[in-house]
Design a protein around this ligand. Structure first.
Ligand code: NI
Ligand code: MN
Length: 226
């Protein structure tokens, strides 16, 4: 799977020849000013919750590409009113798409859409395909529910976890989360974009390395293959 980081919690992941875009907040992010939103490929746009720093560019990308939004019922309904195709889910539900399956799992956070519309409850996604399995946590605290993921999914090849603290887990809790989900390869997100979430990269990597785990911090605009 080819993974491209677009800053904050925005990622592109190629799965079974399909382009999945997660939580696209790119054009307002000064750290991602070199990323061209209009050249990002998308077959599906997965939105973990309704906050601006996760959905800002979703409408523009969906209208350009015709991508299907995958999110909770409330968010998909909101985009449906903008004539954007969507697939509604809710917590604990799994659905088979043409690239693999998506399970919408619990997150401990909040969710409201940019115009103040109720954004349902926030979530994360477990993607399972012939290319492998990964977990995109969205914005969340460390939660005991993460222990359900290895009980209900194939072994994770990697996980994308928030590490910036203040609004989500910080480093110490993310290390515990990586134990809960039984995954040693973590890609960090939700750090550095705002003053509240600036982190020390080397200290963060060291905290994971001390537990024999790898924290990968991808340069914005760069890709890697797992
Ligand atoms: Ni949020
Ligand atoms: Mn956020």
């Amino acid at each position: 799977m080819k993974i491209t980081y677009y800053g904050q919690s925005a990622f592109g992941v190629e799965v079974q020849g399909k382009s999945l875009v997660f939580d696209p907040f790119i054009s307002p992010n000064e750290l991602a000013s070199h990323v061209d939103v209009d050249s990002i490929p998308a077959d599906y746009i997965l939105l973990s919750h309704g906050h601006q720093d996760h959905v800002f560019d979703a409408e523009q990308i969906a209208k350009r590409t015709g991508a299907t939004v995958i999110s909770n019922f409330e968010i998909v309904t909101w985009y449906g009113d903008k004539e954007i195709n969507g697939h509604p889910m809710n917590h604990g539900g799994n659905w088979n798409f043409d690239f693999g399956s998506v399970k919408y799992v619990n997150a401990v956070h909040s969710s409201v859409l940019p115009d103040g519309t109720y954004g349902g409850n926030p979530g994360g996604f477990v993607i399972t395909s012939e290319d492998g399995t990964f977990y995109f946590a969205g914005d969340t605290a460390l939660t005991w529910d993460m222990k359900l993921i290895p009980m209900t999914s194939p072994k994770l090849d990697f996980a994308i976890l928030p590490i910036g603290d203040n609004f989500t887990m910080g480093i110490e809790d993310a290390v515990i989360a990586s134990d809960f989900i039984n995954c040693d390869k973590i890609i960090g997100c939700h750090y550095d974009t705002f003053g509240y979430i600036k982190i020390n990269h080397e200290a963060a990597k060291k905290a994971f390395a001390e537990k024999n785990k790898e924290l990968i911090l991808i340069e914005i605009g760069d890709s890697l293959t797992i």
